[in-house]
Write a protein that binds this ligand. Structure first.
Ligand SMILES: O=C(O)[C@H](O)[C@@H](O)[C@H](O)[C@H](O)COP(=O)(O)O
Length: 264
């Protein structure tokens, strides 16, 4: 992929949120025009909170600035194999931060695809069953090679992981399955499911949202070094090029040599 990712930097999350909103709503509009729905995959970590700050803000009332949640289909880019009301659940995190706070009368209600609790004991089964849910939504496995998410909203871990794809893990080499299981996640809890790297790279748009001084070292590595380009986040940059946007802040980019912008 020839073109580089777009990097947007802001003084902090409060300033980042309005631009993230503008970006997400532009993808919402384009996707609804294309196929009548907006299919989004979200990660855990700090993302749900920042996303909520962007999407729950008061818009200007124009259609372009209105979240049409009735058209949203929300999937999990990765999920921990725990009950949906467990503190470690990414579904619970999204529910607490965003879903429960939506004014449904005004903005509608997204269709959300959590993992199925009956498969929690077996991470592989949990992944297979989540893949089946994707198949039912994105068309039969034999008719589409990969599911096409309109937007993936991802985080970047301090080791360069994204989704539950960790550096140097064999899962990074998976080319067939859409959803993978991991039982030895270096970040607890150990049992998780995750979208595969090919599914992430296939997304129409991919946005990383990662802020704070704690990201400085990993950003330096990802944007400046060969080793960093081989980390999961680096592989997304390399494989998806300018389909990728980074929403970040000045503290995270301090001393990092990468061209950046302050608006879309
Ligand atoms: O379930 C998870 O653990 C997350 O999906 C994970 O991939 C997260 O996005 C990164 O670890 C970044 O987390 P922060 O945004 O909290 O740094």
């Amino acid at each position: 992929m020839g073109k580089s990712p777009n990097v947007y930097s802001f003084p902090g999350v409060a300033e980042l949120a309005p631009t993230l909103r503008q970006y997400v709503l532009a993808q919402q509009q384009a996707s609804i025009e294309r196929h009548g729905t907006f299919r989004v995959a979200v990660s855990g970590g700090s993302l749900p909170k920042t996303l909520a700050q962007a999407l729950l803000a008061k818009g200007d009332g124009t259609p372009a600035d209105t979240v049409d949640f009735n058209k949203w289909e929300i999937f999990f880019a990765d999920e921990r194999c725990v009950p949906l009301d467990h503190e470690d659940s990414n579904y619970k995190l999204l529910k607490d931060e965003l879903l429960d706070k939506i004014d449904k009368e005004a903005f509608g209600e997204p269709k959300v695809y959590p993992i199925e609790e009956k498969y929690l004991d077996d991470a592989q089964e949990c992944a297979d069953q989540y893949e089946k849910q994707l198949v039912s939504v994105f068309a039969a496995r034999d008719s589409v090679k990969l599911p096409l998410f309109d937007l993936l909203l991802l985080g970047c871990g301090p080791d360069g992981h994204t989704c539950s794809l960790f550096p140097e893990h064999p899962l990074l080499r998976e080319t067939d399955a859409w959803v993978l299981s991991i039982s030895d996640s270096p970040k607890p809890p150990p049992k998780r499911i995750t979208l595969s790297l090919p599914v992430v790279l296939h997304g129409a748009k991919i946005a990383f949202v990662a802020t704070g001084a704690g990201k400085k070292d990993i950003f330096k590595s990802i944007f400046e070094t060969e080793e960093g380009r081989a980390l999961p986040c680096g592989l997304v940059n390399e494989g998806a090029g300018d389909k990728v946007s980074w929403f970040t802040d000045n503290a995270a980019l301090e001393g990092v040599s990468v061209p950046r912008r302050g608006s879309l």
